[in-house]
Design a protein around this ligand. Structure first.
Ligand code: FAD
Length: 541
């Protein structure tokens, strides 16, 4: 437990954990078990993180829930059964509430509390966190478990404030049900949240107009009960399944295909593709077709063409089908989406697609949305415009002021610089969970979150035992890690896409592939090796 407010008025703890999503909750649990005092700070009014905020219709996970759940307590695994292959937001939120109750985690969390600034004090070797409510927090270690997709991107459209109708953000959806019955609704954006919510909004609305800038690849979820083969694979040997996931490329235990596309006939490729399509699983489609699909343009085009064919097969209007067909990025260079009836929704008479590549939005008016060529009057606008991914929640704490008063915003002026995606040179005792430079959003996040939480907690315990109080990445190690990241991304197709992985969705954000593209298994091996080699790249005092 954290100490009550000290003489300075600050609340003292060994560790401050910002965020009470999957990462923050597990970290609080581990720290407590390790005998470290910890305090959680969370803007929301309860636990859940992503699953607390994203309550839009159709919100679900897109990694099978058998894989997208905690694996750190075998008893917890036995105590919870998911009802579906891809659980809904309410079920995942219930799960996180269940975990918080089971391990009594809420008592260490200050809800409704946003960390607005953080300052390192070289004299006391502690961080002081300024909070939006209650006492500031003085801590030895400061961990940003603040999420990769938790800072919604503000609308950049002129006149946004003039609109007189209802406004919703998928990433900040109200807690009360929203009823669109009989209403004219606009959805802006066609990323994952839009693709999940559009079919349901279309069922209610009098008319739905979707404003799309960039089409995404989407595969059918084929949701339902967990598939029998996956359940069998898991139940046969749960620890082995989990361990295989930890050492895999994407955090799901499916060994990637080893045949190259040119070794397969058209018919064989088609067969593999149709099997993956029927599986309704992103990781299957991303890894199980042929070995060159993610690293070679020709191998990738073969998959992308088959996916494009599927859009044309469903969407009846050829112009709409073409507008929905992604052509500007290789398949997998941007997170593809899972859909339930998404493409078929465009065959409904009450749905219109506006292709913003042809007619950009000029402004939002009091009554609707004006493009270059038309005005669409609506009663409600849903912004499904995504997130300032990976760095947004970190740089929103401003300043995070490290050694010598330098802020993270200054240190990252030309893009995020980290060592292992976990730490930043010049910012002692600061850790990030799934930060830029770690596999994070390119993986089943559960595997990446657990690996980071375990690595950090184990290091803090080892430091306590060895009598160290500070840990900091060296500039050399950080530079080396940046180089390695850049090299890894050069041999994938991520370099060919402008996406939220590269910061391209946020005007003015420095461009570069932010997640580590080398895979979660190899990454885990590197983190372990750093420890085995005497904390290679870190200075401990
Ligand atoms: P979050 O869940 O984002 O929690 C971070 C918390 O930190 C938030 O509650 C936020 O309020 C709080 N916070 C941030 N800044 C501050 C501050 N300054 N002060 C106080 N509190 C702060 N990943 C997958 O692997 N598979 C999926 O299927 C999947 N589906 C997703 C679906 C949606 C709709 C979204 C948005 C993301 C999805 N993700 C998925 C990614 C998802 O974000 C992670 O899987 C995971 O939930 C992240 O957990 P976290 O604890 O790291 O961060």
């Amino acid at each position: 437990m954290a100490n009550a407010a000290g003489a300075s008025g600050a609340q003292h703890a060994d560790v401050a954990v910002v965020g009470a999503g999957f990462a923050g909750l597990y970290l609080l649990h581990r720290l407590r078990k390790a005998g470290l005092s910890a305090i959680g700070l969370e803007s929301g009014n309860d636990v859940g993180g992503t699953w607390y905020w994203n309550r839009y219709p159709g919100a679900r996970c897109d990694i099978q829930t058998s894989d997208y759940s905690y694996t750190w307590d075998p008893e917890l695994e036995k105590a919870w059964t998911w009802s579906e292959k891809y659980a809904t937001q309410p079920e995942i939120l219930r799960y996180l509430g269940f975990v918080a109750d089971r391990y009594d985690l809420r008592r260490d969390i200050r809800f409704g509390t946003t960390v607005s600034a953080a300052t390192w004090d070289d004299g006391t070797q502690r961080w002081l966190l300024t909070t939006s409510s209650g006492a500031p927090v003085s801590c030895r270690y400061y961990v940003m478990a603040s999420g990769c997709l938790s800072a919604p991107k503000p609308p950049e459209i002129e006149g946004f404030k003039d609109f007189k109708g209802e406004v919703y953000f998928t990433g900040r959806w109200p807690h009360e049900p929203v009823d669109f019955t009989g209403k004219r609704v606009a959805v802006i954006g066609t990323g994952s949240s839009a693709i999940q919510s559009i079919p349901l909004i279309a069922q209610q609305a009098a008319h739905l107009t979707v404003f799309q800038r960039t089409p995404n690849f989407a595969l059918p979820a084929h949701n339902g009960p967990s598939p029998a083969d996956r359940v069998e694979m898991l139940q046969k040997d749960v620890p082995a399944f989990r361990e295989q996931a930890r050492w895999s490329m994407a955090g799901v235990p499916l060994p990637p295909a080893t045949d190259f596309s040119w070794q397969l006939s058209d018919a064989e490729r088609r067969e593999r593709f149709e099997k993956a399509w029927a599986a309704g699983d992103l990781v299957v489609m991303l890894t199980q077709l042929w070995a060159d699909q993610a690293v070679d343009v020709d191998g990738n085009t073969l998959v992308a063409d088959l996916l494009r064919e599927k859009v044309r097969a469903v969407v009846k209007d050829p112009e709409t089908a073409e507008a929905l067909t992604p052509r500007d990025h290789p398949f997998g260079s941007k997170r593809p989406c899972l859909d339930t009836g998404y493409y078929a929704t465009y065959n409904r008479p009450n749905v219109t697609l506006v292709n913003l590549r042809r007619e950009p939005i000029k402004s939002i008016t009091a009554s609707g949305i004006r493009t270059d060529s038309r005005t669409v009057d609506v009663d409600a606008i849903v912004f499904a415009t995504g997130f300032d991914a990976m760095t947004g929640a970190i740089t929103a704490v401003h300043p995070i002021s490290g050694r010598g008063g330098k802020s993270i915003a200054e240190a990252w002026e030309h893009g995020p610089q980290t060592y292992l995606g976990l730490t930043v040179a010049g910012f002692p005792n600061l850790f990030m969970i799934t930060g830029p430079g770690s596999p994070s959003v390119l993986s089943n996040m559960m595997v990446s979150i657990e690996q980071h939480v375990d690595w950090i907690t184990d290091r803090l315990v080892a430091m306590r035992e060895a009598g160290f109080t500070t840990i900091e990445a060296t500039d050399t190690a950080q530079d080396g890690w940046q180089r390695h990241n850049a090299d890894c991304s050069m041999i994938t197709l991520h370099r060919l896409a402008n996406t939220w992985y590269t910061g391209a969705n946020v005007p003015g954000k420095p461009q570069g592939v932010m997640p580590y593209t080398g895979g979660v298994g190899p990454y885990r091996g590197i983190c372990n090796e750093v420890v085995e080699r005497g904390m290679l790249g870190f200075r401990l005092t």
